[in-house]
Every structure is written in structure tokens, then in C-alpha cells.
Design a protein around this ligand. Structure first.
Ligand SMILES: Nc1nc2c(ncn2[C@@H]2O[C@H](COP(=O)(O)OP(=O)(O)OP(=O)(O)O)[C@@H](O)[C@H]2O)c(=O)[nH]1
Ligand SMILES: [Mg+2]
Ligand SMILES: [Zn+2]
Length: 323
């Protein structure tokens, strides 16, 4: 019988080595934790939040954690360190950048979906970056400009360009940060990941068609290392994202997540102006003057109408608190 079999759990724990690392994937009751240049397969029973509030928590890719590696090689996640933020969809923690991948065709862009992602990212302190794909199928006749004008970084992922400069631009943004791709199914997220990390060979739409599978090509969430530092998650896309959204921004905070409103909203005539219909609303005046894009304001109004009847006491129950 091996030595460790005779030991009590307390003795086992005493002999374990404790390491700090990052969860890069969770599959079937195991978490894969990267510590330096090694990845440990860890059991994940009863994981607790570290620090003062030690309650049970569902670990996510991107979480920093403490693991115990036992002399017999088995490892387990002991505790999750404090999160900077997290998203429920895609399920990730401590995100720095959300790349919102939008194709101009197949599927067509849905501005509300894009603006919903941006709003949530802003709310959680994640930098939203727009990446436009399928420029070989259709020229961009103004979509990118809506977002440039609003103050976002917009990257044109044009695979037909000789230099493919956009790959360098994206790698630069990814440097030493935790990033994710989000966007409709078929927008080209996995294709872009393959271009950024040659050798990764993520399954894309074409492959799945050959295999006769459905349209959702990407299943689980996993963080991959990017050359030059940084981590990126390929996540499953959404076919009908708008109806199944798990999180929202409460109405009082919604306007703050539309960054181009910031110059105008403080000057509205009424405090508590909803910027949807009021007299003396400076946001609406800016819209009239063409300084705010109608498409962005439309999304704001649509999101506002979704949450306007949610009262404060309900906020406690909602997930909008879950930064
Ligand atoms: N013409 C053209 N096709 C592209 C481009 N980017 C991706 N595609 C194709 O679009 C299809 C979908 O691409 P994927 O990368 O699988 O899309 P995805 O966003 O990962 O989709 P899900 O995993 O289902 O969310 C594939 O057939 C790709 O080859 C592009 O820039 N131009
Ligand atoms: Mg994919
Ligand atoms: Zn206003």
C-alpha cells in the first residue's frame, strides 16, 4: 500500500504544496489550473471563496485560485480569490477586454445585440472592442463608424489584406490581459482565434457542416494563451441572444454605460432624466444635431424599456448586482 493511503486527511493536507494559479477550463467536475508553465487537473468539490466571505462559489475560467497539490499528484482547488468582475454568458471571471465580433453578412449585424454587450461590459469595467469580419463579402458602409464615433476601438478583420495588420493590433490589445470573443453564432470568432493562434485549430462553421452538426460550433469556455502574452476565450455564439439574456444593467445606471452620453447627460434640465422623451434633454438634443448615432440611442431606449419597470427592491433578486 502506498504511503499516503495510511495518512489521515489532515496529514495529507499538511504534506500538500499550495500554489496560486488561474482556472483556464472547467470540464466534468475538473478544473484545469495554470500555475506558471504547468497546468494541474484539479478536483472541484466544495470550492470556497477566499478571504473574509467564505461561501460556496462556482469557479469560472479566469478565476485566480489557490490549489493544493498532494504528494500522490492529486490536486484540488481550495479557494477562489477575489474577482474583479465576472460574466454569466460567456461564463468568465476577471475579464479585461471583450472583443465583440460582428460580421457584416451571414449573419447580418444586430446593433441591439452589440450595444447590449457593450453596455454590460462597460458596467463591469471590461473594455469593449469591436471587430468587424467578412469584409470580403461586403464592404463596411458605416457600421464601424457608429462605434468609432462613440469612442470605441474598431478593428477591421479583413483576411484578404496582404499585411493582415489587424492580427498585430488585436495581439497588442490582448497583451497580458484576459479577453473573450463574443458575438452571434457564425460571426467568425473561432476563425479569428485560429488566425491569432496558428496550431490551435478550433472547429469552425465549415468543419461542423461537414460533420453534419448543428450551427453552434463552439461548446465549452476555455482560455487559450496568445503569443506575446495574454489569454483569450473562444465562446459559443448566440443565435437568438436578445431573448435569453441572463444579466442586465439597472435603469439608473444604464445611461452611464453609453459612453458618448457622458458629455450631455449631466446637463439635462431634469435630474433623473431618462433621455428617452423629456423636454430639455441634452442627450436628445445631441441626437438631433447628429452628435449621437440614432442606432446607439435606439438600443439605449430598447434596453431602457426592458428594465424600466424593474423596481429597486427587485434588484436584490436580480443578477444586475453581480459585478
Ligand atoms: N468569407 C468569410 N467567411 C468567414 C470569415 N470569418 C469567418 N468566416 C466563415 O464563417 C463561418 C463561421 O465562422 P466561425 O469562426 O465558426 O464562427 P463562430 O463565431 O466561431 O461561430 P460559433 O462558434 O457558432 O459561435 C465559417 O464557415 C468561416 O469559415 C470572413 O472574414 N470572411
Ligand atoms: Mg466558434
Ligand atoms: Zn436627458
Amino acid at each position: 500500500m502506498a504511503d499516503h493511503m495510511k495518512k489521515t486527511p489532515r496529514e495529507m493536507s499538511r504534506d500538500a504544496v499550495r500554489l496560486e494559479g488561474m482556472i483556464i477550463k472547467g470540464v466534468g467536475g475538473f478544473y484545469y489550473v495554470e500555475c506558471g508553465d504547468r497546468v494541474y487537473e484539479c478536483r472541484a468539490r466544495g470550492v470556497l471563496r477566499g478571504g473574509a466571505g467564505r461561501e460556496r462559489i462556482t469557479p469560472l475560467a479566469g478565476d485566480r485560485c489557490v490549489i493544493s497539490v498532494h504528494p500522490d499528484g492529486l490536486a484540488s482547488v481550495d479557494s477562489i480569490l477575489e474577482r474583479r468582475n465576472f460574466l454569466l454568458r460567456p461564463p468568465l471571471a476577471n475579464l479585461d477586454v471583450l472583443f465583440i465580433v460582428v460580421s457584416l453578412r451571414d449573419p447580418q449585424p444586430n446593433p441591439l445585440t452589440v450595444d447590449r454587450f457593450i453596455s454590460l461590459a462597460e458596467y463591469k469595467g471590461i473594455e469593449p472592442v469591436i471587430v468587424i469580419t467578412k469584409l470580403d463579402l461586403m464592404d463596411d458602409d458605416g457600421f464601424g463608424d457608429i462605434y468609432r464615433k462613440a469612442g470605441f476601438t474598431v478593428i477591421r478583420a479583413d483576411y484578404t489584406s496582404q499585411s493582415r495588420e489587424f492580427l498585430g493590433e488585436i495581439r497588442e490589445i490582448m497583451k497580458n490581459r484576459i479577453c473573450a470573443f463574443a458575438g452571434n453564432t457564425g460571426a467568425g470568432k473561432s476563425t479569428l482565434l485560429n488566425a491569432l493562434c496558428p496550431g490551435l485549430d478550433r472547429e469552425t462553421g465549415e468543419t461542423s457542416k461537414k460533420l453534419g452538426r448543428g450551427r453552434h460550433t463552439t461548446r465549452e469556455t476555455e482560455l487559450f494563451s496568445v503569443e506575446g502574452g495574454g489569454k483569450i476565450a473562444d465562446t459559443p455564439g448566440f443565435s437568438s441572444f436578445d431573448g435569453e439574456f441572463a444579466e442586465f444593467v439597472y435603469k439608473d445606471e444604464l445611461a452611464d454605460t453609453f459612453r458618448e452620453f457622458a458629455d450631455y447627460a449631466p446637463h439635462c434640465r431634469f435630474t433623473g432624466c431618462s433621455h428617452t422623451c423629456e423636454k430639455g434633454c441634452e442627450v436628445l438634443a445631441a441626437l438631433q444635431r447628429g452628435e449621437i448615432s440614432p442606432s446607439r440611442h435606439n438600443s439605449y431606449v430598447a434596453l431602457y424599456n426592458e428594465v424600466k419597470d424593474i423596481r429597486k427592491w427587485e434588484k436584490k433578486r436580480s443578477r444586475s448586482l453581480a459585478k
